[in-house]
Design a protein around this ligand. Sequence first.
Ligand SMILES: Cc1cc2nc3c(=O)[nH]c(=O)nc-3n(C[C@H](O)[C@H](O)[C@H](O)COP(=O)(O)OP(=O)(O)OC[C@H]3O[C@@H](n4cnc5c(N)ncnc54)[C@H](O)[C@@H]3O)c2cc1C
Length: 380
Amino acid sequence: MDFSLSEEQRLMLDAVDGFVRRHLPPDEVRRRDVAHEPPDDLLPRLAELGIPGLPIPEHFGGLGRDWVTVALVQERFARHAGMMASLINRVVCFGAMSILKHGSDAQKDALLPRVVKGELLFSLALSEPGAGSDAGALVTSANRSDGGWCINGRKSWVSGADTSHYLVAACRTERGSRGSAGVSMFLVPRNAPGISMTPLEKVGNNSLSCWDVGFDDVTVEGAALLGEEGYGFPQMMTTLQYSRTGQAANAVGQAQAAVDLALAHALEREQFGRPIGKFQVIQHRLADMQTRVDQARWMLYHLAWRIANDLPCRKEAAQAKLVASEALLEVAQHGMQIMASAGYSSDSDMQRIWRDSRLYTFGEGPSEIQRDLIAGEMGL
Ligand SMILES: Cc1cc2nc3c(=O)[nH]c(=O)nc-3n(C[C@H](O)[C@H](O)[C@H](O)COP(=O)(O)OP(=O)(O)OC[C@H]3O[C@@H](n4cnc5c(N)ncnc54)[C@H](O)[C@@H]3O)c2cc1C
């Protein structure tokens, strides 16, 4: 067992820190949050560091790095700005990994070099008004027509749909099928005629726009099918294993940021003639917070290591996502208590993390469903 970072990984993390200093210093993160402005415009700059192509093999122009490096990079970005980790999820997990794992040679040749160059953004279009936790309840249909497919239905909460080039959409291709059977994945060009979008208002993660997306007789080419017809559900579950690593990395990074903020405040803020960090109750709270984050971090790294070594990780992905998202929620709650009015102020980064943290225990599969998955893997 080797817990150390490689020289390459260390250099990549230094590059992430440099990127954040140049393009996303704290004031800029706050500005974008208030303005509800996503960091999508930074994708070409991200490509200069090779980040969209981190897991993409070198013959497509990527860096061909392992999944531990992807997780480390997402975690480091999230410590500064969760919005960047979400952007990487869209490009690398939903886009690059879906194509790499399930795409045809033609799709890989055409799209992966463009992902590496930072030219393509993707969104996952899985959830529907009647299909949230129960993704198998999806009803959006894709029927064969003139050598292509005709898609009808409605997807909800599609993050970043307005700026994506492709929606990675799960559609029912077998009439009358139910649950996980008869579903296929498609790469639907976002500008295809018949697609309509309505923005959804929400309470946090301001720099991640969310959309209700309608498909009204949307015609796509036969080549838009991603992977094998009828096997979309297991394929989507593989994609979610990557994106749940991303969610976990995002949660760990933001949770560490919450600890850092609360710790700095506890050392500086004086009440009753001494720093509040001298009160044992605050010390223990901070000790518990850091322990929670470290616990989540090691589960995340273990999951990433399993992915990097092609080991099964259904249980570990659910565990890491569960522990990291609940750790973030808990740590943000305690961090707010330690900072009190200073954290509740609109100028504070703690209030942003506190608001944003609420998403992670249900986004990309609620904690209850992660526990179901873990129990299932335990033979229950
Ligand atoms: C900001 C945001 C961004 C999102 N981005 C995307 C995206 O890009 N693409 C996408 O496809 N989706 C996206 N989603 C949707 C997200 O994945 C869903 O919200 C999530 O899957 C949960 O579905 P739901 O909200 O419909 O909750 P529901 O499924 O209605 O669940 C409600 C409650 O019931 C519980 N519950 C449900 N079933 C069970 C059960 N069997 N046992 C015990 N408890 C149960 C749940 O745990 C939860 O607490 C996003 C959502 C948000 C809020």
